[in-house]
Design a protein around this ligand. Structure first.
Ligand code: K1U
Ligand code: ZN
Length: 178
């Protein structure tokens, strides 16, 4: 297993629409495992493949509370099938935009279909933080960041500030190249 470097904004890899996975093979399973390890280490409650520089439709999520049993989900080609009319607002963070928190309105409940790490199909309903995190991660697969919900002027200001401070958030070994 390996910890993967997390791609920080601004970066074109975070603005790309990811490609569907055609076959859930050992390579995909290894990437999902490394993504889970990277997410727990960050720490975070979700992670999408473009955040580790891969452009396939893969996400991992675990919203279990500290001290509870982990509840990891590996999702391949996740697809929203239904969203509730009730919308809730939450202040969201993002591992690719450290220290940037944005109020985002999202449907409170969703139904989605996905393949697991064995290629088996699932259709589940999610609510609360689980639904929130799934929607945030699916946004990543479509090249959408939480700052894209801000007005253009606020988003541009935030991204410009991040570009200036980006090297402060990079691991030491990456700073020579940055
Ligand atoms: O995709 C990401 O950038 C991960 C992100 C997911 C997310 C956060 C908040 C709302 C929706 C989706 C994070 O995990 S940011 C870190 C975070 O929220 C957290 C970290 C430790 C404990 C609890 C939460
Ligand atoms: Zn994010």
């Amino acid at each position: 297993m390996a910890l993967l470097p997390i791609v920080l904004a601004p970066d074109r890899r975070l603005k790309t629409v990811c490609k569907p996975v055609e076959q859930v093979d050992d390579g995909v399973r290894a990437l999902l495992k490394n993504m889970l390890e990277t997410m727990y280490d960050a720490p975070g409650i979700g992670l999408a493949a473009p955040q580790v520089g891969d452009n396939r439709r893969l996400i991992v999520v675990d919203v279990a509370r500290d001290g509870d049993e982990p509840e990891p989900y590996c999702m391949v080609n996740p697809e929203l099938r239904w969203v509730s009319e009730d919308v809730v607002t939450m202040n969201e963070g993002c591992l690719s935009l450290p220290d940037v928190f944005v109020d985002v309105d999202r449907p409170e409940r969703v139904r989605l279909a996905y393949l697991d790490e064995n290629g088996d199909e699932h259709e589940i309903e999610a609510d609360g933080l689980f639904a929130r995190c799934i929607q945030h991660e699916i946004d990543h697969l479509n090249g959408v960041l939480h700052v894209d919900y801000l007005s253009r002027i606020k988003r541009d200001l935030t991204l410009r500030k991040l570009a200036r401070t980006k090297s402060a958030h990079l691991p030491e070994r990456a700073k020579v190249r940055a």
